[in-house]
Design a protein around this ligand. Sequence first.
Ligand code: AMP
Length: 423
Amino acid sequence: MIKAVTGTKDILPQEISRWKYLEDLVRQIFSSFNYKEIRTPVFEETILFARGIGEETDIVGKEMYTFNDKSNTSLTLKPEMTASVVRAFIEHSLGKQQPLNKFYYISPMFRQERPQAGRQRQFHQFGCEALGSTSPLLDAEIIIAAYEILNRLNLKDLKVKINSLGVPESREAYKNILKRHLEVKKHLLSEDSRKRFDKNILRIFDSKVESDQEIIDNAPKLIDYIDEESRKDFEIVKELLSKNNIPFEVDAKLVRGLDYYTKTTFEIISGKVGSQSALCGGGRYDLLIEQLGGAPTPGVGFAAGIERILLACENEKTLLLPEERIDLYIVRMDSELTQKTFELASYFRKESLKVEIDYLDRSVKAQMREANKLNAQFVLFVGGEEYKSNKFNLKFMKTGEQKDYPVDNAGEIKSFILQNISI
Ligand code: AMP
């Protein structure tokens, strides 16, 4: 048997209503903040991600699906969206058309990670990028939008963690302070952290090793060394979050190692997703657009993992959607009326009703069973004694009420259904 590739998952019809609910909610919230949808190709030139995410990150270093196409161009399935959005922004000179561009997206992403619950190789993210303003209002806005989406799903155990990374200059100065502090303890660090000490010291804060934790907890914190402007902006972000009742905590260990990340960084975690608890992450990247060859333009954004959010909903038993139903099931009572049934179904479908008929030559009883299984709101009987006297019989399943209609007046049936249907 050929199976789906490790780390990929089919999303089967019975799961789709949850996906669609979440996607609709995402669209609704983003559009209330006036973000416009953007869709970019599934693959890009590899160099875009190498430059846009950073060669030293796990994503670029270990996780990308990279291949050469027939013209020997190195291509990569997108592992995240920011670099692609920025590429499109530069390529189409969108910054020249208007000073501030607010985009949102919903898209599959690809990373060759070790699969586990909440971690896949093809997964889906929604997120946004606001390009063109340094205003901390935007930092707060995207955190509020992300929180609002998760909150509307009734997720309870949400925590927003925020931090500020300052600008590269203040970060460089801090790195030296951190280096001096850790130098004497270097031999006590885990092997991974010792490597990070030399390569990208800030990443030591990502270490999950317990013995590293104590050393990290006692180290000087970046937030205490950031520049004045970043500090002021961070105060504004915190004030706006408080005023909007967003429960947040400052997490000084939330750092990102790359120079084009600036100022605000944040994560939203859920206590209910197990080890993969981050539902969403983002922040400011005022230097990335320049890095990718565009005119200097500040930017801020976040990405959230759809599978992880749905998993949290499942664990917390939120997002209980009503059972699916159809509007009308047409029961064929005589086999010679098969085509008539088909014709009627076409008529009601053109009127935008959700209609099903039998394609398996089933008995009337079996067709009724199917109508019940599909939660049909109405059943139309075609055939039998009524048909001999030129009538159809319509049953309103909710009340059990039945009524005959002349066969040449399907319009009357439609009107009755439309008046009584519950959406
Ligand atoms: P990142 O782009 O790494 O900041 O991730 C943003 C969000 O995407 C995370 O918080 C997760 O919810 C989700 N995510 C990242 N990697 C995966 C993965 N391999 N499988 C499922 N979800 C993921």
